[in-house]
Design a protein around this ligand. Structure first.
Ligand code: F6R
Length: 261
């Protein structure tokens, strides 16, 4: 795991966008794993800007989102499909047939989860997985107690997740209590993953995920097992990290990061 601390939210987000752009330029048919949430809105805005101003090309890119609410269809304004259309897909030159999210309206959820895994496999696996982190320590909807080898499945949402996301619904009581999510095991199979977290409210969970023990109570801690995982944070989200000066030193001295310093 590498931890990269940027001065603020904008700098952290731009760095992640630059890394996505570089992967996409190196492999136009990149299989990109995507997340939703407030943190991702700024990331997608930057990728849209790169598409419009710098011709960043998504025409061959294939995407798989981490999760979707059970019971919400693509037209529901709070569905993750809707979020993705609104923030990214409708604003870049991606082929909609290449964009995948679990189907929250599937009649047979178990079969949908198996089919989703199958589609990822058929695409050749995920090259780059983008992640956010919830205050409950989840990645995707892998709530506390999720098995660290779990696969795509339906999952009951933790109280803290309900509390964190319910305000985004016009009527908070309408928030679904279950989601379909890629498993921790699915995420760990991605070839590279980048977790983006910004803001003081993420500092304590980032410290647990990065420096704490690997535990199913904080599923993001499983990323410590990933062979190529970067955690990109702003100063505010880094402030509970014991080793932050050491992480800064690595970033400042690692030749690979030269173009991004
Ligand atoms: C959603 C997802 C979640 C979010 C997390 C952070 O697709 O993967 O794990 O990344 O809940 O959400 P925000 O950015 O709203 O704090």
């Amino acid at each position: 795991m590498e931890v990269i601390i940027q001065r603020d939210r904008v700098a952290a987000t731009i760095l992640v966008a630059q890394l996505v752009a570089r992967e996409l330029q190196m492999k136009p048919s990149l299989v990109l794993g995507l997340a939703t949430g407030r943190t991702m809105e700024t990331l997608y805005a930057e990728l849209v800007r790169m598409h419009v101003e710098d011709d960043l090309d998504f025409s061959l890119c294939r995407t798989f989102n981490l999760d979707e609410y059970v019971g919400l269809g693509p037209d529901h304004p709070n569905s993750y499909r809707h979020f993705m259309e609104d923030n990214l897909f409708s604003k870049v030159n991606i082929d909609s047939r290449n964009t995948h999210l679990p189907d929250g309206l599937a009649g047979n959820l178990a079969a949908e989860c198996v089919a989703y895994e199958q589609r990822i496999t058929e695409a050749g696996g995920i090259d780059l997985q983008i992640l956010g982190i919830g205050e409950a320590g989840h990645i995707g909807f892998n709530e506390p107690l999720s098995a660290l080898r779990s696969r795509t499945r339906a999952k009951a949402l933790a109280p803290l997740t309900l509390q964190q996301n319910a305000p985004l619904f016009p009527n908070p009581g309408d928030m679904p209590t279950r989601g379909i999510t890629m498993g921790v095991g699915t995420i760990l199979e991605s070839r590279r993953c980048i977790l983006l977290a910004t803001g003081r409210h993420k500092a304590s969970i980032i410290a647990k995920a990065v420096e704490g023990p690997i535990t199913s109570m904080v599923t993001a801690s499983a990323l410590q097992l990933h062979p190529k995982c970067q955690v990109i944070v702003d100063e505010a989200a880094s402030c509970d990290l014991q080793g932050r000066e050491y992480y800064r030193w690595i970033f400042d001295n690692e030749p690979e990061w030269e173009p991004f310093r």
